[in-house]
Design a protein around this ligand. Sequence first.
Ligand code: TTP
Ligand code: MG
Length: 396
Amino acid sequence: MQRIILHFDMDYFFAQIEERENPQFKGKPVVVCTSTPLSANPSEEITVVPEEDNNDAYKRSANPELVEGLGADPKGGKGRGVVSTSNYEARKYGIKSGMPISKAYQLCPDAIFLPVNIELYEKVSKQIMEIVKKYSPKYEIVSLDEAYLDLSNIFHDREIISIEKVWRAAEKIGEKLKREIFEKEKLTCTVGIGPNKVVAKLATESAKPNGLKVVRSEEVEKFLDPLDVDDLPGIGPKTAKKLRAIGVNKIFELKKLSKEKLKEMFGKIGEKIWERARGIDEEPVSPEEIIKSIGRQITFEKDTRDPELIFDAFEKLLKEVNKELVETHFSFKTITVICRYRGFETHTKSKTLEKPSSDLTTLKNEAKKLLLRFLIENKKLIRLIGIRISNLKNNL
Ligand code: TTP
Ligand code: MG
């Protein structure tokens, strides 16, 4: 069945809100950072988790853990923590999300470094999503600044008789949405429209910032072909590296590989890659999946291997996660522990339970076993630990 999907994503979201609140920042490089010394707050959220390579782009950005933290003093380039986001002026210097503050400071010492003000961003996000929801009853909020709308009901509009008019109507909805968000919130976003979620998201990426791009069904191939393989959701750095090693850099080159070959190289995700390279994606816009995981992480003030310190901090993270679990009435099936060693090498270990659970003792026992394995297997100093539960199910 033919669909029309709209994807939107706020431009440099946290930093744009800061600019709006502080007009004197306009035109200057602005970097919003998380940095949470252990003593200050043990509940810093996960900022970047370079997990398994095959993470879907939308799953990554759906991560509610991407967004919390405290403090942003680059301490003359020695501050810990990472860049949450930056405005486009700062990006010109090469500053990127996930980069250590110290690196961002080296690239642009004159930038304005700001702490994350999550309460404000969440409030703005809610207001924006209230606007967005009015545009279609079928919507999926994937993160604070990003959502999908299924606009396929345009097909049932009796006055819109040609497919040409359907796409034009969708484009008008996109323009209206952008205008309404700007009028009400004084913030810009980018909109992508396509026949499915993957194409719509890539359309957004291609039109950033403050753009609108429609990729009609018949234009999908021409649109995708010249993109880099790692633009495709599902292709992370490791997969891209393997593809590049065999001379596959662009999507039109990727399409020359058979489904079997991709399955052989990458397992199950290989099939998805084959489909997505051809613009095939059936995934529905699904509001049930608003919250996909709950997580917390902490960066130690000093890299450490002190078990007492590590387990104390871990206990606090577990309590925080459990608190949110109780508040949201979710049960979980998968527990993931994240460990970042000195030098930014990050590893994850997961355990999936037979049945969903919302039991704190199960969470604690399983999570501690995973953490212990990190301590036993690797003798390096630890910089950060994190916990995440996923595969969530609502108990209500
Ligand atoms: P993004 O939409 O990925 O980035 P952005 O809105 O800052 O910039 P743009 O969309 O124009 O490219 O993420 C939305 C917010 O999520 C971002 O403003 C800050 C937060 N975030 C993190 O805290 N850490 C991260 O690693 C990423 C990617 C985002
Ligand atoms: Mg954004």
